[in-house]
Design a protein around this ligand. Structure first.
Ligand code: PGA
Length: 246
C-alpha cells in the first residue's frame, strides 16, 4: 500500500473572471474537508486574488506555466520568483497545449521545471503522446523521452517534481484513457522515476485528460495513479468537488 497522498489539481486554462472565480473558489472551499490534497492552477493575473481567498485554507494554488529565465528582458513572461511571491505551491510545465501552440520542446520544459524548483515551486511536468504516436506504438518511447529530459536537467532534485500523464488525444475531447491504459503508462513512468532517482515510490504521478466525476474513482483506484490534473471539470465547483472526493 503506497503512502502517497492523492493530489487533485484544477487547470483552469484561459477561463475565469473575477466574479466567476470568487464563486468557484467559494464552492471549492465549501466542499472541504477533502481526503486528497487539492490545488487550482489559475491564470497568472488571478494569482494574487486566489492567494488571498485560499490563504487560510488547505487548498493550494499555482500557475499554468513559468519562464525558464530568472529575470530580464523577456516581455510577457512570468518568473518563478514572482510565482513564489504569490505563494504558488505548483506550476504546470510542458502542458501539451504549450508544446503544441508555443513550440515548447523537451529541453525548454526541463529548464522551466528547474527554474520553478529553484524558487521552491513544485513543477507539475506534463507528458503524453498524440493519437498518431499511440497508433504507431510509440507511447512508451514518447513519454519516456519527455520525462527523461526533465530528469536529466533536475539531477538530484528530480524526486521533487510531480508528473502528469496526459494523453493528448484525451484532453478536452471527452475521450478518456481507460483506467488500464492509463495505469500501464503510469507504471512505466514510475519505473523510470525509480531507476533515475531511487524515490519513484514516493513520487506522485497524476492522470489528466477528460477526467470527470463519473470516471475519476476508477482512474484514481489504479495502483500507480495518484490523482488527477483536471481541465474542463475543474470549472464547476460541484464537478470538481466530486472529483476531489473520488
Ligand atoms: P480536460 O483537460 O480535463 O479538459 O481534458 C485536462 C488538461 O488539459 O489538463
Amino acid at each position: 500500500m503506497s503512502t502517497r497522498k492523492k493530489l487533485v489539481v484544477g487547470n483552469w486554462k484561459m477561463h475565469g473572471s473575477r466574479p466567476a472565480n470568487a464563486e468557484l473558489l467559494a464552492g471549492v472551499l465549501a466542499g472541504r474537508p477533502y481526503g486528497a490534497e487539492v490545488a487550482v492552477c489559475v491564470p497568472a493575473v488571478f494569482l494574487t486574488e486566489t492567494a488571498a481567498t485560499l490563504a487560510a485554507s488547505d487548498v493550494r494554488w499555482g500557475a499554468q506555466d513559468v519562464s525558464a529565465h530568472e529575470q530580464g528582458a523577456y516581455t510577457g513572461e512570468v518568473s518563478a520568483a514572482m510565482l513564489a511571491e504569490c505563494g504558488c505551491r505548483y506550476a504546470i510545465v510542458g502542458h501539451s497545449e504549450r508544446r503544441a501552440y508555443h513550440a515548447e520542446g523537451d529541453m525548454l520544459v526541463a529548464q522551466k521545471a528547474q527554474a520553478a524548483l529553484a524558487k521552491g515551486v513544485t513543477p507539475i511536468v506534463c507528458v503524453g503522446e498524440t493519437l498518431a504516436e499511440r497508433e504507431a506504438g510509440q507511447t512508451e518511447a514518447v513519454v519516456k523521452r519527455q520525462l527523461s529530459a526533465v530528469i536529466h536537467q533536475l539531477t538530484h532534485c528530480a524526486a521533487e517534481m510531480v508528473v502528469a500523464y496526459e494523453p493528448v488525444w484525451a484532453i478536452g475531447t471527452g475521450r478518456t484513457a481507460t483506467p488500464e491504459q492509463a495505469q500501464a503508462v503510469h507504471a512505466v513512468l514510475r519505473a523510470q522515476l525509480q531507476a533515475a532517482t531511487g524515490h519513484g515510490e514516493r513520487m506522485r504521478i497524476l492522470y489528466g485528460g477528460s477526467v470527470k466525476a463519473d470516471n475519476a474513482t476508477a482512474l484514481f483506484s489504479q495502483p500507480d495513479i495518484d490523482g488527477g490534473l483536471i481541465g474542463g471539470a475543474s470549472l464547476k465547483a460541484a464537478d470538481f468537488i466530486a472529483i476531489c472526493r473520488a
